[in-house]
Design a protein. Structure first.
Length: 221
């Protein structure tokens, strides 16, 4: 695995052929499977739950699964995704009544824990829980749908988050989610991200390997 992780969001995959799609995107060079969970309550859309995560594990997927919870409340689903074979679990701080407890729950289950920041959510939520974070995920679109455009102001926020991570001296991934594509991945990396979710930019292309390779070439430039 390179230091930059590419995490295709299966939200844009063909759900009727999900196992094959995940196989294909991993063979194409993806590092991590990004798994978007929406509840039509925290966000205005409804997707997939722990049963689908468990089914992917049963099918034979061994790559890390990065579960992005866009649900409220969070703790019951955290428990279920731990049992379903998640590797990373992230949630939105506004959706948890007890952020520290939810992070601890994830870590106690043997998963890596992270907080997700919507475009208008302040980074202060990380201040008192740095010790419990393995990842920080910045949304560069408002959550709920794939295929939206990257919000440019996120670049400044990435730089600020990168500063805070570096100042902490901790090994915390900085993930970006929303509107990431070959054309902008380089400037997003330059602003501090080291893990890149891309849904439509990968699954809406014919040749996943070629798209992921183009992203890696941009990252290496
Ligand atoms: C949006 C989801 C994203 C989404 C990204 O709420 O969290 O992971 O699938 O899709 P693209 O890459 O198409 O913006
Ligand atoms: Zn996501």
């Amino acid at each position: 695995m390179s230091d930059f992780l590419i995490a295709p969001s299966i939200l844009s995959a063909d759900f009727a052929r999900l196992g094959t799609e995940v196989d294909n995107v991993l063979e194409a060079g993806a590092d991590v499977v990004h798994f978007d969970v929406m509840d039509n309550h925290y966000v205005p859309n409804l997707t997939i739950g722990p049963g689908v995560c468990a089914a992917l594990r049963k099918y034979g997927i061994t790559a890390p699964i990065d579960v992005h919870l866009m649900v409220q409340p969070v703790d019951d689903l955290i428990r279920m995704f731990i049992d379903a074979g998640a590797s990373y679990i992230t949630f939105h701080p506004e959706a948890s009544g007890h952020i520290d407890r939810s992070l601890q729950l994830i870590r106690d289950g043997g998963c890596k824990a992270g907080l997700v920041f919507n475009p208008a959510t302040g980074l202060h939520y990380m201040d008192h829980v740095m010790d419990k974070l393995d990842m920080i995920l910045l949304m560069s679109v408002n959550p709920g749908f794939g295929g939206q455009s990257f919000i440019p102001g996120t670049l400044d926020k990435l730089r600020e988050a990168r500063k805070r991570i570096n100042a902490s001296g901790k090994d915390i991934r900085l993930e970006i989610d929303g509107g990431v594509k070959v054309e902008n991945i380089r400037e997003i990396a330059a602003a501090g991200a080291d893990m890149f979710v891309a849904g439509s930019a990968i699954f809406n292309t014919e040749d996943y390997a070629r798209t992921i390779q183009s992203m890696r070439e941009e990252l290496a430039r």
